[in-house]
Design a binder for this molecule. Sequence first.
Ligand SMILES: C[S@@+](CC[C@H](N)C(=O)[O-])C[C@H]1O[C@@H](n2cnc3c(N)ncnc32)[C@H](O)[C@@H]1O
Length: 210
Amino acid sequence: MAQNRRWHKAMVQAVVRSDPDTVLDVASGTCGVALALARHTDAWTAALDISEDMLERGRSLVEARGYQHRIVCTLGTAERLPFPDECFDALTFTYLLRYVEDPEAILHELARVVKKNGIMASLEFAVPERLWARWGWWLHTRALLPAMGWLGGGKPWLRVGRFLGPSITDHYRAYPIEWTVQAWERAGMRDVAVKQMSLGSGLVMWGSKR
Ligand SMILES: C[S@@+](CC[C@H](N)C(=O)[O-])C[C@H]1O[C@@H](n2cnc3c(N)ncnc32)[C@H](O)[C@@H]1O
């Protein structure tokens, strides 16, 4: 969807500006972010995901686009990254924090592998802050998304559509944006910037390692 592409682009731009040589993309899925980074930088990227199925599809896309010499798909978990301290110029992660048990511990682990002055950038769904926008968002996620899921893919996609909205609401009830900014700082990041997009339903963040 168009807004998802805009959000990804904003996050990738935050990294491109720092002109990294090495990037780790965590929760890379089918390597969409890794491919965007390969198109816009000369960096070598490790695309890490917990799911071999997602990575398998990612590998095919990477090969189809001819980036296999610069993107390496790696099976692993964000909880315990298979890399030494401070070895990447930049790190990206997208739609990860809702899936993990302990977001604070994950942020420490992600920041651990970023070099001093390196960049970390993320993209997550969020809940709009303004009341009228929140109502529109609620209708969209609770009614429209499940209906579109059901029409497009039957029961399995109806379940996906039903899961997303409540999962986002629950996450921000437990971990509001201010908490997340402070957690980045506690993990060793400075100058943490927040960009709320599409009335606040997309949240792009970036910062530098102290
Ligand atoms: C919604 S997908 C996002 C994929 C991709 N980043 C994107 O923007 O299109 C979330 C991804 O996170 C991965 N994931 C979930 N928990 C993870 C963990 N603990 N460590 C690494 N990857 C994880 C899933 O396998 C999935 O590919």
